[in-house]
Write a protein that binds this ligand. Sequence first.
Ligand code: PGA
Length: 264
Amino acid sequence: MRGEVIAANWKMNMDVCSAWQYLERLKKAWKPSSQRVVIFPPFTLLWLVGMGLQGTGVELGAQDVFWEATGSFTGEVSPLMIKEIGCNWVIVGHSERRNILLETDQMVAKKARAAVDNGLTPIICVGESWEEKQSGLGEAKLRHQVNAALSGFSAHEVDKLVIAYEPIWAIGTGRAAAPEDAAWAASLIRGTASDLWGDRAAARLRVLYGGSVKPATAGDFGARPELDGMLVGGASLNPHDFAGVISGWAERRRFPTLQAGGLG
Ligand code: PGA
């Protein structure tokens, strides 16, 4: 059975005051759900948000991680530090880091490996640009990114990994992928994992969708059994909207047999 994850990626937003107010409002808007809900604040707010989330069941994650445990790496944050502050999750390979900070597939793979080795679940982001999609190169790009990120893992580690399909053209644009296209991408991602590990393990791989998810559209993604959750940016910055995304997803989620049986 694949568990579901709804993740809030705050990116480089919020401060001490607004984060605290957010948590107070989220707790009021919050209805417990069977999905695992994770908030990814900036590093500077991890301690505060971790404190504010105590007893809520909402989990904490970091937006990035370095691959070494300690040492002379000015500005970097190690998986041990992230774990110590209360995180169980980390985002790696977000397209903003790949494109703006020139993170390579090799760096993303090293970060994912270091995360798992230190008890963190990485949400590994993959996705094609608009130009790649238009020129028919999107599929090859996805396969390449997934293969690079997963080839350092073995089949028995699949439950420790999550992939987020985030088409670059959908991030922050208000133009989400069609749910059937996101579902197709999830199947492609599992197909790539299957080439590495076989069908049984690949069927266990959790795949999220991210890119302009809103409360009104979350249910359309929730209705797709190929998807196991969402990575939410802009709509996660408002606690009311984020709660709406979670409930929107949950309302359309009715696949007990598929969930239990696993999908290929
Ligand atoms: P968005 O961002 O929801 O604002 O499009 C998603 C993401 O970048 O993870």
